[in-house]
Ligand binder design. Structure first.
Ligand code: MN
Length: 302
């Protein structure tokens, strides 16, 4: 690939038009620079731009899968301008952008922004699946359980996103959780739609065992929601609410690869990056993570 635009990429990976045209693209990147309810350090609104900028550094050849995933076409949509007055309006706006794309059978990757934006795409996919008996599950990678019924006066705080997904009667499997309140723990124990694989479980078992366990909890169809604070702060310090002791890069990739190669992924979001000025490694990590997910999905289709 000789033509990538490394000066100022306007699309993910800085791909030339041939590989980033909307009509030909299998993957659509949808930037959602929204961080209205962030409770500790704001700034996730700057993430989509930082990720797209960092993506120009990503090698287009994937050495692990021995593939060139960009050949499937990756189009970057215009960012959704935030509505800050009412979160339900923001969700509706995300839905209105996602609906036609889901209808076209293209794969959407939401780039947050804060975690609550997941609800827009999950709502859209749920409406589309309504007529079918078999429901998808939401696989949430997160340091936090996000199970509060409301937080700081809002039902739509990023601390409540898993609770809102459960309100939709969708099964949720959480991986990497290491910070939650007693009430959240008690709620989790009682709720039959929810399964948690805590960071303690990940760290005290072999990866094979952890992966087998996660797979045993998952139905055939999966929505993937990755809050990047699931990663260890040593490799992902750029988050609004960091927690020590998270997943390593290869741990996350091994789990993702096993899941994507054995389940159908119907949509994905990556949220809560909070770029640190002058420190680009976390931005590059997220850009690479997006491209790894695309590589695994492409591999699974072959
Ligand atoms: Mn989190």
């Amino acid at each position: 690939m000789e033509e990538t635009n490394i000066i100022s990429p306007t699309n993910f990976l800085g791909l030339p038009e041939k590989f980033s045209r909307r009509d030909k693209a299998r993957f659509l990147i949808l930037p959602v620079p929204y961080d209205q309810t962030v409770s500790y350090v704001p700034g996730a609104r700057f993430a989509p731009r930082a990720i797209i900028e960092a993506s120009s550094q990503i090698e287009l050849y994937d050495e692990e899968m021995n593939s060139e995933p960009y050949l499937a076409g990756i189009h970057t949509l215009p960012a959704i301008e935030p509505i800050v007055s009412e979160f339900t309006e923001m969700v509706k706006k995300i839905e209105s952008v996602c609906e036609p794309i889901v209808g076209e059978n293209k794969f959407i990757i939401l780039l947050g922004g804060e975690h609550t934006i997941s609800l827009g795409l999950i709502n859209t996919l749920l409406k589309q699946q309504k007529k079918r008996a078999e429901k998808f599950a939401v696989l949430q990678f997160d340091a936090h359980a996000d199970l509060r019924s409301s937080y700081q006066g809002s039902k739509y705080s990023h601390a409540c996103v898993a609770r809102r997904i459960l309100d939709m009667k969708l099964p949720v499997v959480q991986v990497g959780v290491r910070s939650l309140s007693r009430q959240e723990r008690e709620f989790a124990m009682k709720n039959k739609l929810l399964e948690q694989v805590s960071m303690w479980q990940v760290n005290t078992n072999s990866m094979e065992k952890v992966i087998t366990h996660i797979l045993s909890l998952l139905p055939p169809k999966i929505y993937l929601s990755i809050d990047v604070d699931v990663l260890d702060p040593s490799i992902m310090p750029a988050v609004g609410t960091p927690e020590p002791g998270g997943l390593g890069w290869y741990q996350l990739l091994r789990i993702l690869r096993a899941i994507i190669l054995s389940r159908e992924i119907i949509g994905c979001d990556i949220t809560e990056l909070n770029p640190l000025p002058g420190y680009v490694a976390p931005n590059v990590l997220v850009a690479r993570l997006v491209y790894k997910i695309i590589a695994y999905i492409q591999h699974a289709r072959e």
